[in-house]
Design a protein around this ligand. Structure first.
Ligand SMILES: [Zn+2]
Length: 157
């Protein structure tokens, strides 16, 4: 698979643009953007958090991508959730189940329930790269990070 900084930058830019579409419309949840590429680098799925906060961006993008996501790469503007308060399957476990090989994340999620989806991904053998697009994501989620208890929020730095 073709990799490289330029593609990472371009795809994360696309994910951030998607996230921007529903900014302010997702209730207490952050508006997240997700782009999924197949092993050849073709875009198979794209998603943004639904109005009101669900479905999550990764759910939408994975559903679009279907079986083609196996071995592919996911670009997500915020760390995929580890757990969901609703009890539904988390995005980190959905990415693992779909067989995604690499997840590129702009910024970590300090939220107590959602945080450490990265741990779930890595434990399953998924390669995780963070920090691409971090500055833009930090601006996009400043309001959300500000709503998280300070002791947790420090983790996002
Ligand atoms: Zn999620």
């Amino acid at each position: 698979m073709k990799t490289g900084r330029r593609r990472d930058q371009r795809m994360m830019g696309r994910a951030l643009a998607l996230a921007g579409l529903n900014q302010g419309l997702t209730g207490a949840n952050p508006s997240v953007g997700c782009v999924i590429l197949d092993t050849e680098g073709h875009i198979l799925g794209e998603g943004v958090t639904g109005k009101g906060g669900r479905p999550h961006a990764e759910e939408i993008a994975l559903q679009q991508a279907g079986a083609g996501a196996r071995g592919g790469t996911a670009y997500v503007t915020l760390e995929p959730c580890r757990e969901r308060s609703s009890g539904a399957a988390s995005c980190s476990s959905r990415l693992v189940s779909a067989g995604i090989a690499r997840v590129v994340i702009a910024i970590e999620d300090p939220h107590p329930t959602a945080r450490d989806g990265i741990g779930v991904l890595r434990a399953a053998g998924v390669r995780v790269d963070t920090g691409r697009g971090r500055a833009r994501a930090a601006r996009l989620y400043a309001w959300f990070f500000g709503s998280v208890p300070a002791s947790r929020a420090t983790r996002s730095k």
